[in-house]
Design a binder for this molecule. Structure first.
Ligand code: AMP
Ligand code: MG
Length: 647
């Protein structure tokens, strides 16, 4: 891991980050070397203009409308003929022998005492100066009408150029083009517009371990998420990504890719390999690409320290940190604003909102730290829950509404601190139900069903006890829990306060898991299986964290023994199954659906109760009622994913 403190590697790190600079200094140095400005103007067809930015003012070459026209269905007339018209004194007009429809050029002049039938949008005939609405007239015989109201000149018609006058600037340079702007261009007949050329930016992921999405994952490999993330972020910021895929940590292949990228693109964004052994390679190749070369390598940011910023032959060349979260923060904070200038895009509008931290946040002194947060509605305003699980987590991004920045000079923030949350999207999504506690795949079934009811729910996996605290503080609506009271052997109920009640959830069968065909376990009772494991010194177990319900079971099974692997204590059912499936351990305890998913052998032990703590006086009674209703009817679906409904 590039950012975890690792005393064994301290020497290497020091060598690489000789001069870590502050965030602001990094931005200043990068911009001073690049002097970013738009790349040039191109004329783009109206069919391709959405999202582009006008590089020049656009003026109308014609009037819109191009002629005087009627804006109602009725009769083109002379207002003077109708002066004083009323129900007591109606006026009669003789109809001319022509009907003006859209696209028809009138031939007859409207003489005094006459009128010509005209449709909405029809060109005004000579002589007429207003339109009688059809609703305000009565036919009289074949070729006359009677009108009972007066009309003022210009009424019910529009003059040529009244919408857009020829020569008028329609759209100013710098305008971001959307459907409304397209409408204006089209109204005056413009088939294209001058816009800033889109920067073409090469996206190169680096790492021997990377596999493209869609391909099977080989052991110890990692999907290339930075490639797709960066390419998408480039599109969001007005650039065209040139996708180079993932290149192994190999000097020759990297050289070739970078050579092509420099030739074809206006800039290059690499990711990975900035901070260790093989990574030195990327850094070294970039340092030879051209003057002035690397201007920043190492920024006092967390996540994001290994960021490397270079300018080669006038083009930005950036090496983002490998961890996707670090890559995204540094991209958005430091790289995107510069690329937007190249693209001629307006500065991105940032929205901040005040919230309160429910828990303390630790932070390293001397580094600007970004902490992702999910918002929920607390009793005294918005609450910002930190959701980052370290820079290796990708999912935090989808759960988070935004992030807070902890100043380089702060050691952290206390619980209850007021913070400004920089939002990822302009609108905060406050879900109907906030579910905080222990996560279970069965819960996804219920949440999916609620979507069909038009109810949105957000889950934050913060463990059973965390969920109960959040519920107590009024920060969530539902806390899914599976806690056993060791004294009574009763699940969940003993942990509630008087203000809470329990909605029964389902049972999760826990069992001893192993790889199918392992003779030490196959077909045995739990006790015999554990005895066989303990008797074999080569056998390695995987445990669970202290406090987990499963851990209580494991300790009972072991009866005080501490076999190899006992201190390996992951925090989830899935981690246990992965450890065994991937041969790092031979046995452990997890729940049946997870074991099944990984194709592991399973010896049932005991069923665990997964229930929902809620407040007796809920914040969202309607949504909660829908949740309970769905819980009552989705037994079969739960069974399908391996859970048995509680009664
Ligand atoms: P590195 O900076 O190359 O040492 O990578 C740091 C961590 O980020 C390693 O765990 C890498 O596997 C991971 N990583 C690097 N590049 C990518 C990528 N394109 N997608 C996902 N993870 C990556
Ligand atoms: Mg790497």
């Amino acid at each position: 891991m590039s950012e975890a403190p690792n005393p064994g590697r301290a020497g290497i790190e020091q060598e690489q980050f000789l001069s870590v600079v502050s965030r602001d200094e990094a931005i200043r140095l990068f911009r001073a070397a690049l002097v970013p400005r738009p790349l040039g103007i191109e004329h783009v067809d109206i069919t391709e203009l959405v999202g582009r930015v006008l590089a020049e003012d656009v003026a109308a070459g014609v009037d819109a409308p191009a002629f005087d026209r009627s804006v109602v269905d009725g009769f083109a007339a002379r207002a003077a003929d109708l002066a004083g018209a009323s129900s007591a004194a109606p006026k009669r007009l003789i109809l001319n022998n022509e009907t003006i429809t859209c696209g028809y050029s009138p031939e007859l002049t409207v003489m005094p005492g006459t009128a010509t039938p005209i449709s909405t949008g029809g060109p005004m005939p000579r002589g007429a100066d207003a339109i009688v609405m059809i609703e305000h007239s009565e036919p009289e015989g074949e070729n006359a009408i009677v009108v009972q109201r007066a009309l003022s000149p210009g009424q019910n018609m529009a003059f040529a150029g009244s919408d857009i006058a020829c020569g008028q600037v329609l759209l100013h340079r710098g305008t971001l083009i959307g459907s409304r702007e397209i409408g204006m261009l089209a109204a005056v007949g413009l088939a294209s517009a001058p816009v800033w050329r889109k920067p073409r930016i090469a996206v190169i992921s680096t790492g021997d371990e990377l596999v493209p999405v869609g391909a099977p994952l080989r052991p110890a490999a990692v999907y290339d998420s930075n490639g797709p993330i960066v390419a998408a972020a480039l599109e969001e910021n007005g650039c065209t990504p040139l996708r180079f895929g993932a290149i192994p940590d190999d000097r020759e292949q990297l050289d070739t890719a970078l050579g092509r990228a420099m030739a074809e693109a206006d800039g290059v964004i690499l990711s990975g390999g900035t901070s260790k052994g093989a990574g030195d390679l990327t850094y070294r190749i970039v340092s030879q690409l051209g003057a002035p070369g690397i201007v920043v390598h190492g920024v006092a940011l967390k996540p994001g320290k290994p960021l490397c910023l270079a300018v080669c032959e006038g083009k930005p060349v950036v090496i983002l940190p490998g961890f996707p979260t670090s890559a995204m923060f540094t991209f958005h904070d430091i790289v995107a604003p510069v690329l937007r200038i190249l693209a001629g895009q307006p500065e991105r509008e940032e929205r901040e909102i005040a919230a309160q931290l429910p828990v303390a946040v630790q932070s390293e002194l001397g580094r600007t730290e970004f902490v992702m947060v999910a918002l929920s509605q607390g009793e005294a305003g918005l609450v910002a829950h930190p959701v980052g699980k370290g820079s290796g987590a990708v999912t935090a991004f989808s759960q988070a509404d935004g992030f807070i920045r902890v100043d380089a000079l702060a050691e952290g923030l206390p619980a209850g601190a007021r913070v400004d949350v920089r939002l990822f999207t302009p609108h905060i999504r406050v879900p109907d139900l906030v579910i905080m506690g222990s996560h279970c795949t069965g819960l996804d079934v219920i949440i999916g069903a609620l979507v069909d009811d038009g109810i949105s729910a957000r889950t934050l996996a913060i463990g059973s006890l965390g969920g109960l605290s959040a519920l107590k503080r009024g920060e969530c609506d539902i806390a899914p829990i599976h806690l056993i009271d060791p004294a009574s052997g009763i699940y969940n109920a003993p942990f509630l306060t008087g203000a809470m009640r329990l909605i029964p959830g389902w049972r999760r069968m826990q069992g001893l898991v192993f790889r199918r065909g392992d003779a030490r376990f196959e077909g045995k009772t739990p006790d015999a299986a554990v005895a066989a494991a303990l008797a074999d010194p080569a056998c390695i177990m995987v445990n669970r964290n202290q406090g987990a319900g499963t851990r209580t079971l494991i300790d009972q099974l072991l009866g005080g023994a501490r076999p190899a692997g006992y201190w390996n204590q992951p925090r989830s059912h899935n981690a246990v199954a992965a450890s065994i499936a991937q041969h790092r351990a031979d046995w452990g305890v997890t729940i049946e659906p997870v074991a099944r998913e990984q194709g592991l052998g399973f010896i049932p032990l005991a069923s665990e109760h997964y229930d929902f703590a809620v407040l007796r006086a809920p914040r969202q009674p309607k949504a909660l009622a829908a949740f309970e209703a769905r819980l009552g009817t989705c037994g079969a679906d739960l069974l399908r994913v391996g859970f048995e409904k509680a009664r």
